[in-house]
Structures are given as C-alpha cells and as structure tokens.
Design a binder for this molecule. Structure first.
Ligand code: ATP
Length: 439
C-alpha cells in the first residue's frame, strides 16, 4: 500500500514531512518491518498559487500486510492528520491509501501533470473513486491533489534529504550553527548540495518559519548526509528522517516552443533576444525572446548577481531560458532559474572613419552629412563600425543557491543523476532510528 499526504501545514506552522514522520513512527509501532524504504518528499508544481512554501507532499510505502493491519494503519494515520494538521482556510489536509497495482497510466499521468499544471480537486476525486482507493480529508479536499500525485508519481533521477526536527511545540529562533553549514558546503559539495551560499553569505539549510524543521541536508547518499550532520551544532533535536526526493532534478521543466508555453508550467525554451535587458523598479531585470512568438524572461531581484549575467545579453543573442511561466502585469513571463547563452550577436560602436588617403581620423561635417578629412578633404558618408568585445562566455548560468527552487538541478549536480529503481533498496531504512539519540 502507498500512503500519500499533503496540505497539513500553514505558512508558519507544522510541516507535511513532520506529520509523515509521525505516521512512519506510528506504523513502525505496529510492526517495525512494515516500512522498508525511506518515505518520499515529492515537490510538485512550484508555480502553484495554493502552495504554502515549497509545494511538497509526502508518500510512504507500506509492505503487503493483512487487511486488518492495513485498516489499522489507515485509522492511525488519519488520527495523526486530525491531531497534528494545522487548521485554517488555506489548509486542507488529505491522506490517500493506494494499492500499488492500482497505479495505471492515467494515474501516472495525473501525477506527472501535477508538476506542470494546476489540477482540480474534482479530477483527483474522480480518479480516487475510479480506482476504489480509500481517502480522507479535512476542508475542501485540495490536499487530495498533492496526496494522490505524491503517491502515484514515478521518479527516475532523485536525491536524498535528511531532515532534523525540533519539538513541534517549540517556537522562535532556531539555533543551528552557520559555521557547520559552511564546513559542510566546503567539504561535501557537490555530493551534498545547497547548504551554504558563500556568494550571498546565507545558510540555506534552516527554514525561518516556525515549522518544526531545524535543518535539512540535501545530497546524493544517506551515509554522507549522516556523516556531514555530525558537523552541525544545533539546539537539541528531537527527531530526524531520511527522505527520497525529486529535489535538485529539474523534474518540473519541459522543453517547449514559445507559442506552447502555458501559465503555471515550467519550461526550457529556446529563442533569440529581441528586446532588452532593462531593469524595472525593485531591481528586477527583464528581456524578451523571439522564436516565431515572443515571451518575456525575468531575473527577479532575489536572484542577486545572476541579474548581472542577464544584463550582459544583447539583441540577437541566442539563448535557452529555464524557468516557471506566470501571467504577470507585464504579460506572460518566465521566471528564470537558469539561462544558457548559446551564441552571442556582434555588438558594434560607431566611430569617426579613418581617411583612406592620409590615415587621419576624419571630422564630422554635420548631422547626417558624413565625414571629411581635414588634410586632403576626402569625404566618407558612413561612420566606421567597430566590434565591441562582449566579454561574456557561452554556457549555462544559474540563479544563486539562496534563490534556488527545491526542484532546480544545481549545475554542480549535472552528470550525477541516479536511477531510483536501481538504488531503491540499497539503504536499509528499517534499521534507521527516527528518534534522536545523537547521530
Ligand atoms: P510545505 O512545502 O511547507 O509542505 P506546501 O508549499 O507544500 O507546504 P501545501 O500546504 O501543501 O503547500 O499546499 C499546496 C496545496 O496545493 C495542496 O492542497 C496540494 O494538494 C495542492 N496542489 C499541489 N500541486 C498542485 C497542482 N499541480 N495543482 C493544483 N493543486 C496542487
């Protein structure tokens, strides 16, 4: 059986991964061997307007068991959702229980679309009814979308996140050593990624909200994450959990032509710079690309020095834009996560021409009248066009770590892709201790 859950948190409190962890613990209390692989933290459409933070949902695979045990698991899990979920008009917790065999191509497609489109509650309900799945929800049922998608999604490339929690009742400043995060970045990058942004002096492992996450370390192997976590001093942690995730995989991006781009999708799109770049108030840098149709691209202020790369673009440059498309006050705009500069156009400046007879610089003889040599009076109508050195390198550029989306694949991860089915049972999760006893 696969359990999927989502939408248990509000902007400030709780966290679906924490509630998933409580559910794992409750199921292990029934029988420790019921869960053999780490739960999944699945990031869905990052442009979803209903999301609280990172549009994350959690799924847990439970091994085949008696009907009685499965019923007990369902009831215990929903009790936890009821007891610990946040309540509020924007929090609509849900949990689904799927038979693995019930995941057909239609359901797989629904799950895939949940990364690229905005889906309706009705569609999730129709699918759940069609496959005869058990599900429960509080509120309007929106949580069913993420719960169902996280349970049904097939992943290929993946990464791990080791999340360490404090007591969910504890609020206020989180104490996590910044120097430890720096050390992890220095020693373990790129096998552990997105820990400390040295360019912007920001630790990116500890969320600022009042959710119970103290910190999360993202990387390629559980063993390395455990080893690195020993370098981190923090206030006393309560629990920890290891998740398999689609973070850092670019799973949200799809190659499109400009005319195919829909709002809320995330795309990889090729085009030629047709306007810009220009900076608007707030420090956001925009430019336009053309390839049969036009679309705006934006490097927003939080992407910091990435904007300087965008500012070097010129009309005629051939680029590939990577990012999420949203309808904004400026029109459909791609919020850039990465950009590839494929070909630069020649950029000229005009200068007074050199006299072909006596090699002197000619003088202007008035607006639009051309140039004349002072010495021999040779005339030239046109100014000289001098190619300016662009001083830019072709290649891929990315938004800085502090502005990076969970799903975005860091450039340093290129070539490190893994296959989930090959690695699936390499880590023995049944031996993993959630309750913190010091790592
Ligand atoms: P956190 O990352 O802290 O867990 P969150 O950002 O995941 O929070 P949620 O509180 O889970 O935000 O809210 C997201 C809501 O949007 C959920 O109800 C989820 O079911 C729904 N949802 C997720 N993906 C889509 C989608 N593609 N289309 C429509 N709704 C979606």
């Amino acid at each position: 059986m696969i359990i999927g859950l989502d939408d248990t948190d509000s902007v400030n409190e709780m966290c679906t991964t924490y509630i998933g962890t409580l559910i794992v613990e409750a199921i292990r209390e029934i029988d420790r061997n019921l869960i053999k692989e780490p739960p999944k933290l699945i990031r869905l459409n990052p442009n979803n307007p209903y999301k609280t933070r990172g549009n994350g949902a959690v799924s847990i695979i439970v091994v085949d068991s008696s009907k009685e045990t499965l019923e007990k698991i369902k009831s215990v899990s929903f009790d936890i959702i009821q007891r610990y979920s946040e309540s509020g008009h924007n929090t609509n917790p849900a949990i689904v229980f799927l038979d693995e065999d019930a995941i057909d191509s239609e359901l797989e497609l629904f799950a895939k679309r949940a990364l690229h489109e905005i889906l309706s509650i009705e569609e999730a309900l129709t699918l759940l009814e069609k496959i005869g799945a058990d599900y429960r929800y509080i509120g309007n049922g929106r949580g069913l979308i993420g719960a169902l998608a996280s349970a049904a999604l097939k992943i290929q490339d993946f990464s791990y996140e080791l999340i360490v929690y404090r007591d969910h009742n504890k609020k206020g400043e989180k104490i996590v050593s910044e120097s430890g995060a720096m050390e992890i970045e220095r020693r373990y990058s790129p096998k552990i990624f997105s820990s400390y942004d040295f360019y912007n002096h920001r630790m990116v492992i500890s969320p600022h909200s009042d959710c119970p996450i103290l910190y999360g370390l993202r990387g390629e192997s559980p063993e390395l994450l455990f080893e690195a976590s020993k370098l981190l001093k923090s206030e006393p942690p309560l629990k920890r959990n290891l998740f398999v995730t689609n973070q850092g995989t670019d799973m949200h991006l799809e190659e499109k032509r400009i005319e195919e781009i829909l709002p809320y999708s995330s795309v990889i799109v090729e085009g030629t710079v047709s306007k810009g770049p220009y900076t608007i108030s707030g420090g956001h840098v925009f430019f336009e690309i053309y390839n049969g149709d036009k679309v705006l691209c934006a490097a927003y202020e939080p992407t910091k020095a990435f904007r300087n790369v965008v500012r070097t673009l010129c009309k005629g440059d051939k680029i590939v834009a990577y990012g999420g498309a949203l309808e904004t006050e400026h029109g459909l705009t791609i919020n850039l996560e990465k950009i590839e500069l494929k070909e630069t156009s020649d950029l000229y400046k005009k200068e007074k021409p050199i006299c072909p007879v006596c090699n002197n610089k000619m003088k202007s003889i008035g607006k639009d009248k051309g140039y004349r040599c002072k010495k021999c009076h040779t005339k030239n109508k046109e100014a000289s066009k001098i190619i300016i050195d662009r001083d830019v390198k072709l290649g891929l550029y990315e938004a800085p770590m502090c502005a990076r989306r969970h799903l975005s694949k860091p450039l340093l991860r290129y070539g490190r892709e893994k296959t989930f089915e090959e690695e699936r049972f390499k880590f023995d999760y049944s031996m993993f201790n959630i309750q913190f006893e010091g790592i």
